[in-house]
Design a protein around this ligand. Sequence first.
Ligand code: C2E
Ligand code: CA
Ligand code: CA
Ligand code: CA
Length: 279
Amino acid sequence: VKHSGRHGLRFFTAAMQQKAARHLQLVNALRYALEREQMHVVYQPQMSLIERRIVGAEALLRWSTPELGTVSPAEFIPAAEESGLIQSIGTWVLRQAVRQARAWLDLGLPPIVMAVNLSAIQFRNRELPALITRILDEEGLPPEYLELELTEAVAAHDPQGAIAIMNELHERGVRMSIDDFGTGFSSLSHLKKFKVYKLKIDQSFVRDISTDAEDKAIVSAIINMARSLGLKTIAEGVETAEQLAFLRAQQCDEMQGYYFSKPVQPAAFQQLSLEMAAK
Ligand code: C2E
Ligand code: CA
Ligand code: CA
Ligand code: CA
């Protein structure tokens, strides 16, 4: 027992060392990611199930370097958060997405709402509402075209501070949605205080919606609750016609997922948007 315990410990330490080394490597590379123009934003359409057209886009960050190749946001966003680099990177994404939304309006595409993911760390910044207003002003986008996707983690650190920032953003006309809804903690108590507009039903519930009775019940409960609270719903990670049919029957408002389109470059998004409008 002692023997295997020692080996177990040594193995654990080596794994931890490897993880720490990878983290350092990522943070060092992240510092230069923007100035070296290694990041770009892709856009995934959000479809209205009633109007059957694109009503929104989610901006998703992409990063690749010559040394590291393509790194998934699931890996580099946490590194950016822990190092504080998420502030500058997050501001950059906001500006890119707002600029893109303005450009699409100027091109005469059907109007859409641009959804941008915001880290809970960015949300601790009391200057966030002013920063967002400045970006909107400078890029010339009315606030109702911007939606911020927040997770329930925004309230973990300083709930009162988070509510104050949400109130201010709400007053400035920016919409907010709760991302990954259902996976967080004490979701229901938040809903009363948060000035949210929409719930994004997490893809972990959507995945087995056609076969799993529990997931069916959860998704339908979220949609019904949202409706009685006057909130919109969007389902994420929709990949099949069966999932879509269920969501439509439950009167979910919007959907997003590979079934309609993966996140794509701006030119491809533009084309999709025009094709849908022509139908
Ligand atoms: P998220 O906000 O929950 O974004 C949804 C993720 O699901 C995206 O992964 C998207 O590409 C993926 N997805 C969309 N449709 C489908 C589908 O039908 N099936 C499956 N299996 N997946 C689908 P992605 O782009 O790798 O982003 C991962 C996470 O990284 C995001 O999760 C978000 O938490 C974070 N992230 C991405 N960009 C940003 C950003 O600019 N700022 C911040 N703070 N976080 C970001
Ligand atoms: Ca999101
Ligand atoms: Ca999500
Ligand atoms: Ca997620």
